[in-house]
Ligand binder design. Structure first.
Ligand SMILES: NC(=O)c1ccc[n+]([C@@H]2O[C@H](COP(=O)([O-])OP(=O)(O)OC[C@H]3O[C@@H](n4cnc5c(N)ncnc54)[C@H](O)[C@@H]3O)[C@@H](O)[C@H]2O)c1
Length: 308
């Protein structure tokens, strides 16, 4: 009898979403890794608020933060475009709500956290994912506005998100904070001074948040994606012309030990595990999801693919 009950429980467990009953806030959720994470979380039963730049902002952003900094934000973030958060939320139904929000705007980000309470009654998971980068050229070539904007989006807004999340997660008896860092935090990459420093900074914030949150069962972890096929690479607004997506896919497939191009879903899957209770004993950690890139001593030792 108990074996039958156990089997029935197992079937029910497998049918259940891995995030059933959870509420998540995901920043930078209208594109790439963030969008894949929003979709995966909804499929696993979560209620999701996601924020991204307002698709209606048009030229207002340039006027507010200056043209140099505004170039960091993608031209594709347009009303009615493929990365219009309102349209994405409409497609996903009641489980997803889009909150237009620049994460560097303290009041707007606070409103996004308040919306989690209003719409879904609280918060269990924060995914700090919004990010900008690419095309800095060098430390010498990087100007003040670019450096400041990169740090403001990739580092300071992550600290702000953690600060806003803590009381909400504590009120639920615990929760999970996952931050998208980068392998640029782990390796010296030319042309990634501001970006690499911002991504290394969030790893330390993650460790400190893990220590400060542990007693309240608030966990904090970070993923470090390798090269992933998203617009931040093939359509960086800091480059004159984007790369073709197919060319990026081919290039990335050859750039690490696993001969496949990393996709946004590969990172979303890692974020899902860190966000869910399956990782309840994991905190303060950095998880590279990079096809083995950061484990490799020297790519010249790789066997050519033709040798099998
Ligand atoms: N694609 C990669 O190879 C790669 C590698 C390592 C780390 N990452 C990191 O992954 C995260 C997601 O990037 P992606 O690759 O999906 O690129 P992406 O450009 O497709 O997505 C980033 C999203 O963040 C949003 N965003 C930027 N600034 C914002 C702001 N101030 N407020 C709100 N939203 C803002 C953008 O509008 C965009 O929708 C970033 O933190 C990025 O640094 C990406």
């Amino acid at each position: 009898m108990s074996q039958i009950a156990d089997a029935r429980d197992e079937v029910a467990r497998r049918a259940a979403g891995r995030l059933d009953g959870k509420v998540a806030l995901i920043t930078g959720g209208a594109s790439g890794i963030g969008l894949a994470t929003v979709e995966r979380f909804v499929a696993e039963g979560a209620k999701v608020l996601f924020c991204d730049l307002d698709p209606r902002q048009g030229r207002a952003l340039g006027e507010r933060i200056g043209e140099t900094a505004a170039r960091l934000h993608h031209r594709r973030r347009e009303d009615g475009g493929p990365n219009d958060g309102f349209a994405i939320a409409g497609r996903l139904g009641d489980a997803a709500v889009f909150i237009p929000c620049d994460v560097t705007d303290a009041a707007a980000l606070a409103r996004a956290f308040a919306a989690a309470q209003e719409h879904f009654g609280g918060l269990d998971i924060l995914v700090n994912n919004a990010g900008v980068g690419g095309g800095e050229v060098s430390i010498e070539g990087c100007d003040e506005a670019l450096f400041d904007r990169t740090i403001a989006v990739n580092l300071k807004a992550v600290w702000r998100g953690m600060k806003l999340a803590f009381p909400l997660l504590r009120a639920r008896g615990g929760g999970s904070i996952v931050t998208t860092s980068s392998i640029s935090a782990l390796l010296g990459m030319p042309g990634q001074g501001a970006y690499g420093a911002s991504k290394a900074g969030v790893l330390q914030l993650t460790r400190v948040a893990a220590m400060e949150g542990a007693r309240d069962l608030i966990r904090a972890n970070a993923v470090c994606p390798g090269g992933i096929v998203t617009p931040i690479i093939y359509d960086s607004p800091l480059m004159q012309d984007g790369f073709g997506k197919a060319a990026v896919e081919r290039g990335l497939a050859a750039s690490q030990p696993l001969p496949i191009a990393g996709q946004p879903e590969d990172i979303a899957n890692a974020i899902l595990w860190l966000a869910s209770d399956e990782s309840r004993f994991v905190t303060g950690q950095t998880v590279p999801v990079d096809g083995g890139l950061t484990a490799e001593f020297d790519s010249r030792h790789r066997k050519p693919l033709a040798d099998g």
